[in-house]
Each structure stands twice: as C-alpha cells, then as structure tokens.
Design a protein around this ligand. Structure first.
Ligand SMILES: [Zn+2]
Length: 341
C-alpha cells in the first residue's frame, strides 16, 4: 500500500514539476513545501514506516529516499534552468547599444590644455623630459637662483604677487628650472609647463596664465642649437612653412638673450589683423643660459653651457585659434568653448 502510494506520488509530482514553465516558476517553491514540508505528502508517507513490519522497512526506506532525491533533483534542475533564463533576460534588457549615435555632448580639451598637450608631445619626441614644480615658490628659486637678486631692476618686468618677503606665487616657470639644475647632472633636456601669476590684466594679459619653458644643458651648446631647436618646434606647432626671427633682448638668466618672432600662421607672413600687418608675431623669449645661473646651481660653467626658451601657452592658443581676448579662456562660456572643439 505504502509502496504504491510512494510510486504514485513520484509519478504525480514528477508530472506536476514538468508542467511548471518559466512564467509560473514560483510554483516550484509551493511544490517543494507540498511534498517535503512538515505536513508535506512525502513527510506524511514517511511517517507510515513506523507501522510496517521490520522486514519491509529497508525496502520502503530505500524507496522513500529514491523518491525524495528524484523529486529534489527534478525541482533543482528546473530552478537552475529558470535562473539561467532570468540572467539571459536581464542581460538582454540592460544591453547598451554602442552603435547608437551619441547626443553630441562629448567634451573636448580646453584650448590651453590642447596647446600644452601638442607642445609637450613635440618636445617629448625631441627627447625632453617633462618636469613640474610648486606654484607657491620662494623668492630664491623664482628670482635669486636665476641671477635676479633683490632690488635688481629686472624684477620690475614681473609684477609679482608676494605672500611675504620670501614667499610668492611664481611669476615664471623658470623657477622649476632653477630647482632642477640643482639636482640634475648634465647633459639634460627638460620642459617645465605650468601656471604662473602676475598682477596684470587686459585683453592680452591675465593674472593667471600658462607658460612652458625649455632648458638644455650640455657641452658645446651654441646659439645654432637654440635656433635649430626653435625652428623645429615652431614648424611642428604652426606648420612647415613657418619661419622664425631673432631680436636682441635682455633677461637676467640668459646671455645673450633674444626675443623670437614667428611668421604669422594666419596670413603666412603677408600681413593680417592677427599680426597687425607685420607678418610676424612675438612669441618667445630665449637665450644662452648665463654662466652665473649654472654656477649658482652647482653646474661647472667651464664645461657646460645651456640654452633656454619660454613661451606663453595662452598667447600661443590665441594665435592658433585666432582669439583676440585672453579672458575668453577663463569665462567658461560654453558657446565659446564649443567653437574650440
Ligand atoms: Zn598675419
């Protein structure tokens, strides 16, 4: 009797489990309770074991176990299949179509960052290492180590923000060069890009602006090396037909010092509004490093010489993008920035 009931239970519940499909998958839990629960059908039948004669008990016990594991396995196989299907459905639902067109809200580097990236790439390809330094600087590295002692008239060229007598926000990235010359052994080639600060504000000057300075220290450095390097740099930045022009100038940290003009990339030297009809644009300051500067930093000026150059990234970005007011870079006007993409 019990054996028949067990076989019937196995068959009936087995069919019931087979009928469960994905959409009514929760009924599997109900079946589990109905069969294996405290007052479940298999539990009830198992209790009938007690009334059986001893010799029948092993046989019925084995059958109970067989029915139990058969049904449990059937249920868990179904559950596993449903879980997999659920996962597939979820992935399908959350799939992102990468071929869908974007909504045109893609950003772009700021024009100053774009110029910095371009110049850095060019310089790195020419063997320069990129070095950065602190924006809050000591008077020593910003001026004195660059052969500009206190009360030197050249300090007037840079209207500097002093925090106290010895601390300032750097007025030139040359301060980084002064720091690097102390720790590096020649030969070396470095560029120092970064923010600089001066009390200056009009359509072509901003109190915060950006410079990039280059320094090469090696044996037998001459003006010819400087000219070659700057020609390559400017050609790569503004185009192959760019020419450069040297004019004598003065900086305390270079001797001789020069101002470097480049042919106007807008009119290619013919004369236009950007270059005020001259065909040339003032862009860089440069020169052969003053031996005194090398000595202050502990470099043997009898053995080594160097050349240095510096240019304003803001001005370069203005020229490259034909912008006439530096303040546009800092207004964060989305209409302006969209044009710069
Ligand atoms: Zn021009």
């Amino acid at each position: 009797m019990l054996i028949e009931d067990l076989n019937k239970l196995k068959e009936d519940i087995g069919k019931e489990i087979d009928k469960v499909n994905y959409h009514i998958r929760k009924t599997l839990a109900d079946i589990r309770v109905k069969v294996f629960g405290k007052s479940g059908s298999l539990t009830a039948l198992s209790k009938g074991m007690r009334d059986l004669p001893n010799e029948e008990k092993p046989k019925v016990g084995a059958l109970i176990n067989e029915v139990r594991s058969f049904l449990e396995e059937k249920i868990s196989n179904k559950e596993k299949a449903f879980e997999e299907q659920e996962l597939v459905e979820k992935l399908e639902k959350e799939k992102i179509d990468i071929t869908e067109p974007s909504n045109d809200k893609v950003g772009a580097p700021h024009p100053i960052s774009a110029v910095l990236d371009k110049l850095t790439d060019i310089c790195v390809s020419l063997g320069f290492s990129v070095v950065e330094g602190p924006e809050i600087e000591t008077d020593y590295y910003n001026f004195e180590a660059l052969n500009t002692p206190k009360n030197h008239p050249a300090r007037d060229m840079q209207d500097t923000f002093f925090i106290n007598e010895n601390i300032l926000v750097r007025s030139q990235t040359s301060a980084v060069q002064a720091r690097e010359m102390e720790v590096r052994k020649p030969p070396f080639k470095i560029i120092c890009p970064g923010k600089t600060y001066r009390n200056d504000s009009d359509s072509t000057h901003s109190p915060v602006f950006h410079q990039i300075e280059g320094l090469v220290v090696d044996e037998n450095i001459s003006m010819a090396d400087l000219k070659t390097m700057l020609t390559i740099l400017m050609k790569r930045l503004f185009g192959e037909d760019t020419t450069i022009r040297f004019r004598p100038s003065f900086f305390p940290f270079t001797e001789p010092s020069i101002e470097v003009d480049v042919s106007c990339p807008n009119c290619h030297g013919k004369g236009c509004q950007t270059c005020k009809g001259t065909g040339m644009l003032e862009l860089l300051g440069a020169g052969i490093v003053n031996p005194k500067v090398l000595e202050i930093s502990g470099i043997d000026s009898k053995k080594y010489r160097g050349f240095a150059f510096g240019l304003g990234l803001d001005r370069t970005a203005m020229i490259l993008n034909s912008i006439n007011n530096i303040r546009n870079f800092y207004r964060n006007d989305i209409r302006f920035l969209n044009q710069m993409k």
